[in-house]
Design a protein around this ligand. Structure first.
Ligand SMILES: Nc1ncnc2c1ncn2[C@@H]1O[C@H](COP(=O)(O)OP(=O)(O)OP(=O)(O)O)[C@@H](O)[C@H]1O
Ligand SMILES: [Mg+2]
Length: 587
């Protein structure tokens, strides 16, 4: 047996350095801890000064409550905190900090100076980690924590730091994450003495726009739902503004930015119908939940939480977002113009002229009153050279004028012109109708006058026989016509006008990929999407004006008709003033 050292307690500094490894990974993690402390201290304005990507210096200057000189040494000691004093405090904690670990960890791997002045003190005091006692100093009310030469004493960690620009990028990300949740706090950020960010105290919505850019809200739908023990507020973007990367997904649980699989799945499920699988939604969502129903003490850097009833959270989030996305056609565009401050945050004064909170999140191009029955049947064909202002139709998607290139429907609306992607729109309408019909067991079947015979593989043939009952439930009747051919005798009535062979093949292909057991359960909507795609009108099919108008009216009745099943827009709109701009009229 190899000889070993005797067991000995580790020195305090080494304990702190080991512990720091869990909390402090890079400059951005220091910054997160310092800003959270400043927020916990009730600051209204926070200044951040970085040098060399935060590696050389990170200073956070706040105007919060301050630390009294006799507590300064303690603040840098492990397991010393003013935020909780018992287990029951921990169970209902509403501050960002609670471990009493951050400053000790940072001090163990850097040169840290703390300067602070409380309201009661006549002047500020300054204390250096490892120093003997605080010394009198100059300084305003509040606290400055100055962290220099991160990881100089821990070369192993220093080696893992990336280029300054990369570390700086991580620092900005960390600042943005906190700034989004604390809109009422002003932030100023300097890098190498150059001002790089400044956000004034604002409403929650204005802060989102300031941090993420005004496009975020312009493509956004407001979310605001209140449950008995939890609430969800924020902005989710329209599927049409989805992104290739999941880089704009901000979830907060009681003000804390976290990653959470339950909520992530719930959001994905709400988008499943309207977003292609490889596109990512963007969102800023604040989930508020009764503190006793969530454990915040499950991750060393507090990046995760654990819900006591994750099923309830899942359902709440999924339903709320589904409803938010379920706007019907005619309410496209416009974006969000206001949202309430998440509860628990002192609300900042909204910017002047900001409209009141609109919980439906539907703005611009509003759905009008339902047309009267006299208007319900479109007037006879109107030539499309008719001036746009005359006899403006009252349907949100207007009155169809013509079919363009066999692909688009041109329609005149009350405010301008709309162009509708005929196939995408019809596909969406069909898909929603199929879902509803299947839910209510009202999917009528149509027997074909002339059965369709088509070639299949042995495997497809076997599958069709194996899943015979499922197919019948969906409205299909197929029977083998030979070793490699199939007869299609009936199809769902609403799809009977499409290309039936392609439809049947599409269903068999899904059956093969999905498997019978999930066909009518988890993967049902995938199958319905395939069916809708094959049932929808194809390009170049000539539609009558009545057919076009019927499609527009169906779209107005259909949830989520603004996007096709793949998240692309189904229609676009130009107001008369948009058109005027195109023609430089009045300029
Ligand atoms: N900017 C600040 N203003 C006022 N007090 C502060 C500030 N920063 C730290 N403190 C005081 O120092 C204590 C220790 O801070 P530290 O960040 O180490 O622990 P914590 O915030 O209590 O818990 P956690 O480790 O979870 O962050 C805090 O409890 C708080 O009382
Ligand atoms: Mg802290």
């Amino acid at each position: 047996m190899s000889s070993r050292r005797p067991i000995a307690a580790l020195p305090d500094l080494l304990i702190s350095q080991i512990a720091a490894g869990e909390v402090i990974e890079r400059p951005a993690s220091v910054l997160k801890e310092l800003i959270e402390n400043a927020v916990d201290a009730g600051s209204q304005s926070i200044e951040i000064r970085l040098e060399a990507g935060g590696i050389r210096r990170i200073a956070v200057i706040d105007d919060g409550s301050g630390i009294a000189p006799h507590e300064m040494a303690l603040a840098l000691t492990r397991h010393a905190t003013s935020k909780i004093s018992s287990l029951s405090d921990l169970e209902s904690v509403n501050s960002m900090g609670f471990r009493g670990e951050a400053l000790a960890s940072i001090a163990a791997v850097s040169h840290l100076t703390l300067t602070s002045r409380t309201r009661q003190a006549e002047h500020a005091w300054s204390f250096q980690s490892g120093g003997a006692a605080p010394v009198a100093a100059a300084g305003a009310l509040g606290t400055t924590i100055d962290v220099r030469y991160l990881f100089d004493s821990v070369p192993a960690r220093r080696k893992f730091l990336r280029a300054e620009a990369t570390e700086f990028g991580h620092c900005i990300d960390a600042i943005e994450r906190i700034a989004l949740a604390f809109a009422q706090v002003g932030f100023r950020v300097f890098h190498n003495d150059r001002a790089v960010r400044q956000w004034l105290p604002a409403s929650a919505l204005q802060r989102i726009s300031d941090v993420l850019g005004p496009e975020f809200n312009e493509h956004g739908i407001a979310v605001n739902a209140q449950g008995a023990l939890l609430s969800l507020q924020g902005v989710v973007t329209r599927p049409t503004a989805a992104r290739a990367r999941a880089d704009r997904q901000f979830l907060y649980v009681n003000g804390r930015h976290v990653r959470d699989r339950t909520v992530a799945h719930a959001i994905r499920s709400a988008y499943a119908d309207v977003l292609h699988g490889d596109r990512q939604p963007a969102f800023v969502l604040f989930l508020q939940i009764e503190p006793t129903l969530v454990d915040v003490n499950v991750h060393p850097a507090k990046h995760e939480v654990r819900f006591r009833d994750s099923g309830a959270v899942y359902r709440f989030v999924s339903q709320t977002i589904t409803q938010a996305l379920a706007g019907t056609a005619g309410t496209q565009s416009g974006g969000v113009s206001a949202m309430p401050d998440p509860p628990g945050q002192p609300s900042a004064k909204p910017h002047a002229g900001e409209p009141a909170w609109n919980p439906s999140g539907q703005h611009a191009l509003h759905l009008r009153e339902p047309p009267s029955s006299a208007q319900r049947h479109p007037a006879a064909w109107q030539p499309f050279y008719q001036p746009l202002t005359e006899d403006a139709p009252t349907w949100p998607l207007g009155r169809a004028l013509a079919q363009v290139h066999g692909i688009y429907i041109l329609s005149q609306t009350a405010q301008g012109l709309a162009l509708i992607d005929m196939h995408a729109a019809h596909e969406r309408v069909m898909y929603e109708q199929l879902k509803q019909a299947l839910d209510t067991h009202a999917l009528p079947q149509q027997t074909l006058l002339v059965p369709v015979v088509f070639r299949v593989t042995e495997k497809e043939l076997a599958l069709a026989q194996e899943c015979h009952d499922h197919l019948v439930a969906l409205g299909f009747e197929m029977a083998p016509a030979g070793p490699q051919s199939m007869t299609l005798r009936s199809v769902p009535a609403m799809l009977a006008r499409g290309d039936l062979e392609a439809l049947a093949r599409g269903v068999l292909r899904d059956l093969d990929h999905i498997g019978a057991s999930r066909l009518l359960t988890e993967q049902r909507n995938t199958l319905l999407a395939t069916m809708a795609c094959h049932g929808a009108v194809r390009a170049n099919r000539q539609l009558t004006v009545e057919e076009m108008n019927a499609l527009l009216r169906q779209m107005e009745q259909t949830e989520r008709a603004d996007q096709c099943n793949h998240g692309r827009p189904t229609w676009i709109h130009w107001s008369v003033s948009d058109l005027d701009k195109l023609f430089l009229r009045g300029q």
